[in-house]
Design a protein around this ligand. Sequence first.
Ligand code: M6R
Length: 608
Amino acid sequence: MCGIVGFIGKKDASSILIEGLSKLEYRGYDSAGVAIFDGERINVTKCKGRLVNLENKLQEEPLKGTLGIGHTRWATHGEPSDLNAHPHSNEDETISVVHNGIIENYIHLREWLISKGYKFVSETDTEVIPNLIDYFYNGDLVDAVMKAVAKMEGSYAIGVICSKEPDKLVAVRKDSPLIVGLGKGEFFIASDIPAILNHTRDIYLLNDKEFVVMTKDGVKLLSQEGEEIKRDIYHVTWNADAAEKGGFEHFMIKEIHEQPKAIKDTMTSRVMPGKPITLDKITITKEQIENIDKVYIVACGTAYHAGIVGKYVIEKLARIPVEVEVASEFRYRDPIINERTLMIVVSQSGETADTLAALREAKANGARVIAVTNVVGSSVSREADDVLYTWAGPEIAVASTKAYVTQLIAMYIIALFFAENKKTLSESEIEEIKEAMLILPEKAKEVLENKETIQKFASKTYMHKDMFFLGRGLDYAVAMEGSLKLKEISYIHSEAYAGGELKHGPIALIEKGTIVIAGATQEKLYDKMVSNIKEVKTRGANVLGIAFEGHTEIEKTVDSVLYIPEVNDVLSPVISVIPLQLLSYYMAIQKGCDVDKPRNLAKSVTVE
Ligand code: M6R
């Protein structure tokens, strides 16, 4: 949802900003731009489309300077165009701003500024920011930014430079991510860590409404009252390579292949044979667990689908009622929340605006919140009472894959933790599930070794316009995720249905040759699922079944079958989702789609 970078130091700002933006392109790629101070004035180059367009423009007409800001855009207010691209400036181009977020009261501010004689050239909400700063500017950029921000409602991470104060970069955040990179005689701002990792591993994590003032000599953090804030340096330990493609053609396929490791890492030191589940950063007590009468799992997109699996397993293993909701609905529907409610928010980025708002709503009503997130120091991790990190490593592809399987692992860990505390399972039952979990990385590797079957299926079916995913129980939860993946990156229309629901309407869509992917891993539901497969086969569907190895009776019912290694039924989503991820990937490749940067999407949705 837009990425911003900023640099001040002695090196050429242009190349550093472009390099940073290339690491942030996953956040949006409708347009890109930079503003660089050349010693006298600020020069802006920006254009519609991918970053490469900006790079070409800068090659033709380089911008010189050692202070600058950059932006890659995911359009909200105003179509993707050269004019709406950031940075935005005031009329005399002395102040330049990059912004990630939405200024909700921009219409009011714009009218107010117009009444004061200001002129606007773009359709964006952002353009009010440099003009507001200009309005308040009286020889002190920090003061002007503070006064401008006090007028702004909504979400923002902004970087500001001003030609009247040439050795300064000012930044501030509220509800949009922003970090500060601390180099030697050079400093950075960025929406995400990979953007600066080639330059420094030492960063400051910012809280809402904290201001950053950078010069070549150092960085100051200020509160909105202007008081200096002391902050510990956070040292990034993961490798920059983890955010590179490492020989794979796309981030998505690389991340699919990283799943065995991500699953293992997420269990490390938490799931151990013969030992209770160990959750270092979780302080919820046994009494508090016993007191919970309702769990809400709230998330968006793929994380929501992980939450659906969470509902199945927490209810099954820990016998606590669970509701799963998409965050954008939850936050506006006046849900029943009290001190006996536990909310689990699931968010890869930890910055999704709706999820964060739901978390705040729950806390304001007295609920305890556990965050399941992949990003250390992200907003949800800081605002929740407890955090369970998914150790998936940086996920760059817009389509979430390794984050999903690690979110599933987090759901099992939480369910087992509750089951242990509430004694809803015997020790031997818990041990059995833990043992089965510990072999999941090996099983995931086996699925990846068998990817040719899926590749062949994709090459035969990629030209279809519609596909259906069916399943019952946990297979239905996985069907939803498979369907989302397919839509997202291959633009094939698809629907996921619970097997038993089909005859209540959707079966009318099945005709000769319709592709149906049917998951049949759940032993108790197997026969029922086979009946549902027969229902669509009778109407002409071409069915690919997904079943555990050895369960060959399915061959009588389907057109083709993909066998996956058998695991404990309750853990099947971790394994059965992998062929569906591969299917969407190969379909997208066959269709020539841009896998890592699907149209209209951004990795991190930090606006409502
Ligand atoms: O960062 P989050 O997990 O909060 O993101 C939630 C969704 O935006 C995300 O899962 C989205 O659906 C992905 N593009 C799915 O592949």
